[in-house]
Ligand binder design. Structure first.
Ligand code: PGA
Length: 248
């Protein structure tokens, strides 16, 4: 994945909205894109049932669509699962894997996350692989240690495109953002880790996520090794999300 000087700005809608609100949000974003096209790569990740309607409304723009998860399996008797192939088939380009909410509420391990990332790449999607420490990890001075373990086990050994999202668990949906010094430290750590351990993916994009808003996005995205942002709450309103995009 080569976005050169572009940022990757991803909206994670999580389990919010209705068919109508998804359609309206996508239509608003399309309208904004046509009025002032952005040079950055924009991605929205609606819930599964609203992917098609979102893709439909975004048609003609360069705003891409992603899913919030995928199966580790290719196809077959796996009731309730959605494969990476199916996501690609309907027009998705990205998929978020290993979000801390899935690690926490669905007991997803880093090994599983790695399998999801691998099958996503194999299916032609770009996985956005999430890592991040808890508050207890940070307070116990274990942030880098925990992250290293997550990177080792969640990041596949491949040279195809993937992105990493650093999302401190305690900053997600809490209104608390990591300090710029902390973000810089972790992003530099991840970049160095990639250079040493995944040489062919040394330039993989590293996003920051956790209470990103139109107020703090510019400062965060100006930091070294911050190649974009993963936005939850603030991506649910076209106006705020667009301001984040314009601040890049
Ligand atoms: P938030 O969520 O922006 O609402 O904190 C970010 C995320 O979970 O990806």
């Amino acid at each position: 994945m080569n976005l050169k000087n572009k940022k990757l700005i991803v909206g994670n809608w999580k389990m919010n909205g209705t068919q109508e609100s998804a359609r309206d949000l996508a239509a608003d974003l399309a309208e904004k894109w046509f009025a002032t096209p952005s040079c950055h790569q924009i991605v929205v990740c609606p819930p599964f049932p609203y992917l098609s309607i979102t893709l439909n409304r975004l048609f003609g723009t360069e705003i891409a669509c992603g899913a919030q998860d995928c199966s580790i399996y290719e196809k077959g008797a796996y009731t309730g699962e959605v494969s990476a192939f199916m996501l690609k088939d309907i027009g998705c380009d990205y998929v978020i894997v290993g979000h801390s909410e899935r690690r926490q509420h669905h007991r997803e391990t880093s090994e599983l996350v790695c399998q999801k990332a691998e099958i996503a790449c194999k299916s032609g999607l770009i996985p956005i692989i999430c890592v991040g420490e808890t508050l207890a990890d940070r307070e116990g001075q274990k942030t880098l240690e925990v992250l290293e373990e997550q990177l080792k086990t969640s990041i596949p050994v491949i040279d195809q495109g993937f992105a990493i999202a650093y999302e401190p668990v305690w900053a997600i949906g809490t209104g608390k953002t990591a300090t710029t010094a902390a973000i810089l430290e972790v992003h530099t750590f991840i970049r160095t880790w990639l250079q040493k351990n995944r040489k062919k993916a040394a330039d993989a994009l590293i996003l920051y996520g956790g209470s990103v808003t139109d107020q703090n996005a510019q400062e965060i995205m100006s930091l070294a090794h911050v190649d974009g942002v993963l936005v939850g709450g603030a991506s649910l309103k076209a106006e705020t999300f667009w301001q984040i995009i314009q601040s890049a």
